[in-house]
Design a protein around this ligand. Structure first.
Ligand SMILES: Cc1cc2nc3c(=O)[nH]c(=O)nc-3n(C[C@H](O)[C@H](O)[C@H](O)COP(=O)(O)OP(=O)(O)OC[C@H]3O[C@@H](n4cnc5c(N)ncnc54)[C@H](O)[C@@H]3O)c2cc1C
Length: 581
């Protein structure tokens, strides 16, 4: 790029960044609301979005198995188990619309499991009062993607793959477009759009161990918004799943489903002790996700961990035939990666970052503080509060995807393209130039950032560790300024990693600073120096924004729940912990 910058300009009324479930549903809705000039793009191949990893199900109070279920109870479960800091207006909207959203998927051909009489089967998920998760085997996300992609194709919506958004462009307080690199073709693209939807996923990959794949959930959506001055909410709220693979290295973090424990799998430390009795004697291995994750973490920290830094999960009491019938994916996963036959040998597991509740601060219609810029899906915050219920994130993508697509279409109809200062826009892309030089290895520093996050802002936090972590991140950021990669765009994966890593620093600081500020424990956020929940002070969301001196934090009170859901919050039937899926 040194010298004159050559680029291709593409204009579209609506640009959707992300082709996971949220982006696809937004594209369909924008089209159905009258927009025709839409581009939906992803940085990976068409159809290969993180959503395909989703296994267990999507929630909706259909009441097919438990007729007493209702959207109000679904909302109450979501608010209570989200540590009461989710915005109840967003939660109500999502839960009320859930049956329609799921039946729409069925109408479009989703092959959710059905009872012999044709009712959609629903199964339990952790902390849900009734059976509410609709599923397609252990491939619910993949099935949703199949159906949504077919609907996008049917409408002939333009899609692009392998296009990596490098930065957003705004003109004053209005969005104007985005700059991208097509690493496949080796070209720069300047997108101009009236409305832009960020549907770029979450940020678990700022941690060493994450249940996402290495090339996604890097926090691009939140980072792109942060760079434009948009607020990020509750960034400290990161859900750690108790059981991820720990060995071999290339399998680190891959999810080991809760169903293993639901089917009778037992947890042991390296000394052979079934340690859950010390942490949650009532339900042992079937305690809530955050409790079991913390218990495993404590055992490892106490020195009771295995050679690779995990604990043992043992399902060998189950006959092989039953394992093959009930846990086929787990059987294959351990055989393939670790050469372990789980019907004969124990699994080595440890907690893994699984979902990010925090994200872009949006209105109930998905609007950000930049006009024309919307965000949806795992990229946003506020819907799950301090803890996400299994089955609610797939739901969020389709409910809010529909709303955001409609809003973007309405805006595109009444607004014209914003004039952009091309010179300034191209200066943005020229910043990429700074990475070019004698080829280095940006992943080394990226891995150190991830390690620092894991060690300092992981499952258990305290003031001293967080403050030291923040200093480490700042130091790594300074070191990163000297990182160079070989010049060129085509197939330059080092450049891609360098850009992704550069973005992580802002997010990591927002996570650390928010975690330092929240002097209490709530949901996924556990402070050893403030182990109790403090409702007097912290029924609040923390909003992080970029400023000239770094990340600035603000605090916003959570609105008080009113209406029928308030009743269900007080009078929720006793919740049984049923973590079978
Ligand atoms: C192992 C696993 C199991 C899960 N199981 C369940 C479940 O059973 N039920 C449930 O409700 N949830 C589940 N989840 C969570 C759920 O899968 C996600 O929250 C959800 O799929 C997120 O969808 P999304 O559309 O917001 O983002 P994603 O599916 O992550 O899509 C993001 C898109 O943005 C694109 N993108 C990102 N950055 C850029 C960039 N810079 N430029 C261009 N494009 C970009 C990506 O290429 C991709 O197309 C699970 C998650 C995991 C990891």
């Amino acid at each position: 790029m040194q010298g004159r910058i050559v680029y291709r300009e593409i204009k579209a009324d609506i640009l959707i960044i992300g082709t996971g479930a949220a982006g696809l549903r937004a594209a369909i809705s924008a089209y159905d609301s009258g927009a025709r000039d839409i581009i939906a793009l992803g940085k990976c191949k068409w159809g290969d979005a993180h959503t395909i990893l989703a296994t267990g199900g999507i929630n909706a109070a259909l009441g097919t198995m438990d007729p007493k279920d209702s959207w109000m109870l679904h909302a109450a479960d979501t608010i209570i188990d989200g540590g009461s800091i989710a915005d109840f207006r967003y939660v109500n909207l999502m839960c009320r619309d859930a049956p329609r959203a799921v039946m729409e998927l069925v109408k479009w051909g989703a092959r959710f499991h059905k009872e012999p009489d044709g009712r959609v089967t629903q199964r339990f998920f952790g902390a849900a009062t009734y059976r509410r998760a609709c599923f397609y085997g252990d491939q619910t996300g993949k099935e949703m993607m199949r159906v949504l992609m077919a609907q996008v194709r049917k409408r002939r919506i333009r899609t692009m793959e392998d296009v990596f958004i490098v930065s957003m462009i705004a003109s004053g307080k209005r969005v104007a477009g985005a700059l991208a690199i097509d690493f496949f073709k080796g070209e720069i693209i300047l997108f101009r759009a009236k409305a832009v939807v960020l549907a770029a996923g979450g940020y678990t990959k700022v941690y060493t161990r994450s249940s996402s794949r290495s090339y996604e959930n890097q926090g691009d959506g939140a980072a792109l918004a942060l760079e434009l001055g948009v607020g990020l909410v509750d960034m400290e709220m990161v859900q750690f799943h108790p059981t991820g693979m720990i060995y071999p290295k290339q399998a680190q973090g891959i999810l080991v489903t809760e169903a293993v424990r639901g089917e009778g799998g037992l947890l042991f430390n390296a000394k052979g002790e079934r340690f859950m009795g010390r942490y949650y004697p009532e339900k042992m291995e079937l305690g809530p996700r955050d409790v079991v994750a913390r218990a495993i973490y404590m055992e490892i920290k106490k020195g009771n961990g295995t050679k690779h830094g995990g604990v043992w999960l043992d399902i060998t009491s189950m006959p092989k035939a039953k394992i093959l019938e009930r846990l086929p994916k787990m059987y294959r996963q351990f055989k393939e990666y670790a050469h372990v036959d789980i019907s004969k040998q124990r699994m080595e597991v440890a907690p893994t970052a699984h979902y990010t509740m925090g994200g872009v601060d949006v209105s109930i219609k998905g609007e950000t503080s930049i006009k024309g810029l919307y965000a949806v899906g795992e990229t946003v915050g506020q819907v799950h509060g301090a803890n996400r219920l299994g089955g609610n994130s797939l739901l969020e993508t389709v409910v809010f995807g529909r709303i955001v697509g409609r809003e973007a279409a309405a805006l595109a109809k009444r607004q014209d393209f914003v004039e952009i200062d091309r010179k300034r826009a191209l200066e943005e892309i020229a910043k990429v130039d700074r990475f070019f030089g004698k080829g280095g290895k940006p992943e080394d520093i990226r891995d150190e950032v991830r390690r620092a996050m894991w060690d300092h802002a992981g499952i258990a936090r305290d003031r001293k560790t967080l403050a030291a972590g923040l200093r480490k991140i700042e130091k790594l950021e300074r070191r990163f300024r000297a990182v160079r990669v070989r010049p060129g765009l085509k197939g330059n994966s080092d450049l891609k990693i360098a850009i992704e890593t550069a973005r992580m620093f802002g997010l990591c600081k927002a996570i650390m600073q928010s975690a330092l500020m929240r002097t209490e424990s709530r949901g996924a956020h556990y402070r050893t120096d403030y182990p109790k929940r403090d409702d007097r002070k912290w029924m609040a969301n923390i909003v992080a924004k970029r400023s000239a001196d770094g990340i600035k934090l603000g605090v916003r009170k959570v609105p008080t729940v009113t209406g029928p859901v308030a009743y269900y919050i007080k009078h929720r039937p006793k919740v049984e912990v049923k973590l079978l899926e």
